[in-house]
Design a protein around this ligand. Sequence first.
Ligand SMILES: Nc1ncnc2c1ncn2[C@@H]1O[C@H](COP(=O)(O)OP(=O)(O)OP(=O)(O)O)[C@@H](O)[C@H]1O
Ligand SMILES: [Mg+2]
Length: 262
Amino acid sequence: MDFHGIRLPDKENIIVPGKKLSAGTNANVFEWGTGKVIKIFKASYPLELIDTEYYNALAVKQFPFKKSIPVELKKTEFGYGIVYEKIQGENLIDYISRTGDLKGAALKMAELQRSINKVQLDPEKTGALPTAHEVLRKKMAESPKADSDATREMIRFLGTMKDGNVLCHGNLSVDNVMLTDDGPCALSASGYCIGNTLYDIAKSFYLIAYSPLPGEGAEKCAFCGKFSDMEVRKEFGRHYLNAMGHTATEIGYYLSMVIAGL
Ligand SMILES: Nc1ncnc2c1ncn2[C@@H]1O[C@H](COP(=O)(O)OP(=O)(O)OP(=O)(O)O)[C@@H](O)[C@H]1O
Ligand SMILES: [Mg+2]
């Protein structure tokens, strides 16, 4: 039986979530049977965004870069979830905390991002994914500052900018990269879109240097280790920009728009 496109629990074959691998703002990730994990979303998280993540993950599955492979949407007694194949490796946050190697970590993240941005797509023919400009316009139009002169001007200016045609991850930061024996691998499929590499770099730079990490809030992030320190994050951001071969000035327009969309 299906509910909102999500398969209801199989009464004959109940799988109970295993070890908790992470606690995020919107979801918790648990081991799920053999070789799989389940990302169970919190009750407050909108169902359509769970669908978006799942269908984005399916849309990019065919492309030649390393990423988390979706298995199915699932309704469990603990909430709605997406089952993914389990990735064996170390999260980039843990790598940074263990080694302090910010430059090496930035090179790994840049290597992964370049492999994603290498995928070229025709937005007219790839209906499953939005364009980066659509994402930015929607976020700015729905932000609490939508009616300010600055935001209106940015939306107008966005309309004059040429959108790109490469696959952007849209949510690539240290918590969404796993280091495997086979190279760095991308997690989280909620932000995939088609756009300009500079948009993807600006979004990552914002996530690295400005945004709270999952679990960060009033209390310090329990698993962020060295990465809780803002100075460390800014330094990592500088290494990351260097590794991507771009400057803060070059990503400035997109960075301002990402921030205007908060
Ligand atoms: N397929 C997987 N295999 C192994 N570990 C995983 C997998 N997916 C997620 N994890 C672990 O769970 C953590 C959280 O996963 P994920 O990034 O998907 O959730 P989130 O941070 O709550 O959501 P999002 O990044 O989409 O906002 C990861 O940082 C990683 O440590
Ligand atoms: Mg994440």
